[in-house]
Design a binder for this molecule. Structure first.
Ligand code: GTP
Ligand code: SPV
Ligand code: MN
Length: 599
């Protein structure tokens, strides 16, 4: 198999990895549908993939209960100097980390096949695209990579005999001794998992987990943690953002890029079906945006992925009918429940819960059971082309010009439904001070529901010192000047009494988007508040919506006491960056405190 590789650098890397991991076989992926079907068939035969009767070419997988999400406490940015990784990344010196991991990799693929996956993030041949080669002992990861990235011969062709590629080594960390029976989801124990990034040599080493961003290395590892320092050096942006195009009734298009933390609404906003008449939305990306300033002076964005790896629970015809349509066939489901008629199910799906199902741990489940049937971070994987709202321009190598940035998070209190930055510097402050309750998309010790700072939704994904990242955002704004996108902050997740949502969310978020577009065009006014510009009375289009007046007032209220109570936390958070913290952020914080005290 290795003899097929014409790129000497790639061949020697694959040989070196094979020598260390010692797989039984090496298999070079060609990216064809036939290959995908063959791997799936093997996994069905082995009993680890369950074909779904109700959805053609679709399969359910159940992970090990210890391996259900990204493991942030085990994720490392490994630079020679600790300062380059910054205070909020886990850090270890490259030599030490490699030493530890080499011991784990030694013979780790025994009894398994090593898949070599050439993939491209971004349209093949586009100047923004990056080629990676993932080596993995997981057929599940390989099939997911087929859907999420551009895989196969065409990538090797683009690489040629001496092109640049990013080596991405992945092992589930579970060698099979002769005669040993395999488990359904082999993986290593938590303390042996390492998701490691070496930005100084553009190298990824992931060990011990088969789940999501831990194992699909093109996504968070390459497209964010490695791409972000490259983008800083080269003067562009690699962001944890959805991209959506809105068209107003007059036919004017707006492109919006939004950064919300994991499981805080990017996929849903990317697939929004506006509830206001005459407005239309098209999906371009749901998780990652690579953006570059073009000769016209505007910031253009591409989505480097080709599929959606989305949160299943909560997905329904009421919340996200586009995703429901997209998932009818050719989808992979992970940690969803299985119904008696051979379909998947998850909490808050349409209709009544099934009378009986098999839960994500493989146990009998009936309604009323304490634990949910699907894991809260159960996921679907589906190809972008199946998304009914996909924009015809989603693969345009030129990207789309961004008009609006949105930051946000999940906060039950304090943060209003929407506010707008006074200017670019204030907008960078809004991004830098963003916060959110921790969701099930992450396994961290601080735990579910706890509020943490998540600047630009990049806390877990910035591959260099976050203080320098803030400075990069200021400089990007300086370069764009008047042509910079406008910046807004939203919170769809305010709660009222009895734990109920104050805002209906989903399609009705279009009402907030419309206000933003009208602001860009100068069609609607705004009132000045200490935290930013906000809709005037009647400024939001709420026609046909039945949110009680008191709820609307609460959604748009600014309580200076609660905001002042946030400031010490923001300040302490900022100050940990020391000399890396741009003074322009300190100036913003002082301004906010003054405005709040005078309110
Ligand atoms: P990652 O894939 O982890 O990056 O998540 P994401 O940001 O794409 O989040 P996603 O759109 O998958 O939403 C996560 C959860 O939040 C799902 O259960 C959604 O149903 C729910 N959600 C999304 N948008 C809204 C909203 O406007 N209001 C409410 N109440 N819930 C929402
Ligand atoms: C996230 O956690 O932000 C995700 C899911 O998009 S994962 O691919 O696991 O990173
Ligand atoms: Mn994400």
């Amino acid at each position: 198999m290795i003899t097929q590789i014409k790129h000497e650098g790639l061949k020697s890397w694959v040989e070196e990895v094979a020598g260390m991991c010692r797989p039984d076989e090496i298999y070079l992926c060609d990216g064809t549908r036939e290959e995908y079907d063959r791997l799936m068939a093997q996994m069905v035969d082995a009993g680890v993939a369950i074909p779904l009767k109700e959805r053609s070419h679709s399969f359910l997988f159940r992970s090990d209960p210890s391996d259900v999400a990204r493991v942030e406490d085990r994720t490392y940015v490994s630079t020679t100097s600790r300062d380059d990784a910054g205070p909020i990344n886990n850090w270890m010196a490259p030599d030490e980390l490699k030493g530890t991991m080499k011991k784990l990799y030694d013979g780790c693929m025994k009894g398994r096949t090593m898949y070599v996956i050439p993939f491209s993030m971004g349209p093949i041949g586009s100047p923004l695209a990056k080629i990676g080669i993932q080596v993995t002992d997981s057929a599940y990861a390989t099939c997911n990579m087929h859907l999420m990235t551009r895989v196969g011969d065409k990538v090797l062709d683009a690489l040629g005999t001496d092109g640049e590629f990013i080596p991405c080594l992945h092992s589930i960390g579970a060698p099979l001794e002769q005669g040993q029976e395999d488990s359904d989801w082999p993986c290593a124990p938590m303390e042996e998992k390492y998701i490691s990034h070496f930005p100084e040599e553009n190298l990824i080493w992931s060990y011990g987990s088969g789940y999501g961003g831990n194992a699909l290395l093109g996504k968070k590892c390459l497209s964010l943690r490695l791409a972000s320092p490259i983008a800083k050096r080269e003067g562009w942006l690699a962001e944890h953002m959805l991209i959506v195009r809105l068209t107003n009734p007059e036919g004017r298009q707006y492109h919006i890029a939004g950064a919300f933390p994991s499981a805080c609404g990017k996929t849903n906003l990317a697939m929004i079906q506006p509830t206001i008449p005459g407005w239309k939305a098209e999906t371009i990306g749901d998780d990652i945006a690579w953006m570059q300033i073009r000769p016209n002076g505007r910031l253009h964005a591409i989505n480097p992925e080709t599929g959606f790896f989305g949160v299943a629970p909560g997905t329904s015809n009421g919340s996200n009918p586009v995703a429901v349509d997209m998932l009818k066939e050719n989808a992979i489901f992970t940690n969803c429940a299985l119904t008696d008629n051979g379909d998947v199910w998850w909490e808050e799906m349409d209709g009544d819960p099934p009378a009986h199902a098999i839960d994500w741990k493989g146990r009998d489940w009936t309604p009323g059971t304490d634990e949910p049937a699907a894991h809260p971070n159960a996921r679907f994987t589906a190809p972008a082309e199946q998304c009914p709202s996909l924009s015809p321009d989603w693969e345009d190598p030129e990207g789309v010009p961004i008009d609006i940035f949105i930051f946000g998070g999940r906060r039950a209190t304090t943060i209003p439904l929407v506010h707008e930055a006074y200017n670019w510097d204030h907008g960078v402050f809004l991004g830098a001070s963003a916060s959110s309750e921790i969701t099930a998309a992450i396994i961290v010790e601080s735990g579910l529901g706890h509020v943490r700072r998540d600047p630009f939704a990049m806390k877990p994904f910035c591959g260099y010192n976050m203080g320098d990242y803030f400075q990069h955002w200021f400089e990007m704004g300086d370069s764009m000047g008047e042509k910079a996108p406008r910046i807004f902050y939203v919170n769809w997740f305010r709660k009222g009494d009895n734990d109920r949502w104050l805002w209906p969310g989903f399609g009705d978020n279009s009402r907030v988007l419309k206000w933003m577009c009208d602001r860009v065009d100068g069609k609607v006014g705004a009132k000045e508040t200490p935290i930013g510009l906000m809709p005037e009375d009647g400024g939001l289009d709420l026609s046909g919506l039945s949110v009680p007046k008191e709820d609307m007032e609460e959604l748009l209220a600014v309580d200076p006491k609660m905001w002042l109570a946030e400031l010490p936390d923001i300040e302490a958070y900022f100050e940990q960056f020391g000399k890396h913290l741009p003074d322009r952020l300190r100036v913003q914080l002082v301004g906010l405190r003054e405005r709040l005290n005078n309110y």
